[in-house]
Design a binder for this molecule. Structure first.
Ligand code: SF4
Length: 371
């Protein structure tokens, strides 16, 4: 497949998802229950987290069929494109010294990123100002994780995953506690504990703290990359979709925090999510993306995935039914990244390094292929 075909494939998988027969899926994967999302490797060797859809949802999003082959780890998209299943890591079966299953502490994201949420709660849920796409409390309620990951626990999981040879970088995100550091101090503690046992690159994500020295503390602890996520380049959309974050953090506050962080982490290792599909103004978004890239902040432009139980569970993203518009949008994003020498592959860690939820690597590769 050429760069254009790979970009189209990645965008289609992320925005349309795939249509699967639930019975077939359960039989192959050895488990019942509702279908959700699953990581696969596409033909360029990179991961993609694909929404699995059925019935009306598959129709609404225009999902093409994904069918099994004789090889249980190989599926065929539209009867022609092979998608390889990422194997379940063995460390998921282990338990920490204090009795917590490793898979409740951290999970494999994509094909080589160990990801965890340091603190599984957020100050905006207590006053109804949570981001409309957020589901942070639900994995806690369902017992899939624990409220807070302790440094020793995470260090233990990192050691096991690294020894198994299935991770190359680490990502720590957090819900925002009600404190001036916005959770950065807890992250610094986790990074220090990992640094006692591993040299793998670590990316951290938190809201801009009110005092910038907390960013410095995380860098000094040994983190290699930081994400502080504005979520939208269209302020009107940010106000509607992220009311709590919008009230707390002005665009100016984010800009100050990114600038400050660039001195410690360097170009491409300071990033921010820019969601695609919330109904944002596309021209405004692209000019925001260009502004960010010029300063060295990597815009992780990511299609919104309406999550069950979130306030956007029934939301129809503005990209639905518009693959050609999405292609044109992401080609422009790719050109901006390429012109500003921001290759996600060359960054240390972060969601952009995994790339399972965003087509920015394929967009960059498409722009690079044109020279
Ligand atoms: S800041 Fe928004 S997305 Fe992040 S945990 Fe809080 S409510 Fe959820």
């Amino acid at each position: 497949m050429n760069a254009e075909e790979l970009l189209r494939l990645k965008i289609r998988l992320l925005t349309e998802g795939v249509m699967v027969d639930e019975g077939e899926w359960a039989a192959r994967r050895g488990g019942a229950g509702p279908v959700g999302a699953k990581y696969f490797i596409i033909p360029n060797g990179r991961p993609v987290g694909v929404p699995l859809r059925r019935g009306e949802q598959a129709q609404l999003f225009g999902a093409a069929p994904l069918e099994p082959t004789d090889n249980p780890d190989l599926w065929l998209y539209e009867q022609s494109i092979p998608l390889r299943v990422i194997p379940r890591p063995r460390f998921y079966d282990l338990t920490t010294k204090d009795g917590v299953p490793y898979r409740k502490i951290a999970l494999l994201h994509g094909s080589e990123t160990l990801a965890t949420t340091a603190y599984q709660a957020c100050r905006y849920w207590s006053n109804g100002l949570q981001c409309r796409f957020c589901t942070i409390p639900f994995s806690l309620y369902s017992g899939d994780t624990v409220l807070e990951k302790h440094p020793e626990q995470l260090a233990e999981v990192v050691q096991a995953a690294e020894a198994e040879g299935v991770i190359k970088n680490i990502l720590i995100t957090t819900g925002t506690p009600d404190s001036p550091d916005a959770g950065a101090k807890r992250l610094a503690g986790l990074v220090r504990a990992i640094r006692d046992v591993s040299r793998l690159p670590i990316g951290v994500q938190f809201e801009p703290p009110t005092e910038l020295r907390f960013i410095e503390e995380v860098a000094a602890a040994g983190a290699n990359a930081v994400g502080m996520h504005i979520e939208s380049g269209d302020e009107r959309i940010r106000q509607r979709m992220c009311p709590g974050k919008y009230r707390y953090g002005s665009l100016e506050m984010y800009r100050r925090a990114w600038d400050f962080a660039l001195d410690f982490f360097g170009r491409g290792n300071v990033s921010t999510f820019v969601l695609y599909g919330l109904g944002e103004d596309i021209d405004r978004t692209l000019s925001f993306v260009a502004d960010l890239a010029e300063t060295g902040v990597l815009p992780v432009v990511t299609p919104l995935r309406p999550a069950p139980k979130s306030l956007l569970a029934d939301f129809v993203p503005s990209y639905v039914g518009s693959i050609d518009t999405s292609m044109a949008f992401y080609k422009r994003v790719g050109e901006i990244l390429f012109d500003n020498r921001l290759n996600p592959d060359e960054t240390a860690a972060g969601c952009h390094k995994c790339g399972g939820c965003t087509p920015i690597q394929e967009a960059y590769d498409w722009a690079a292929s044109r020279g």
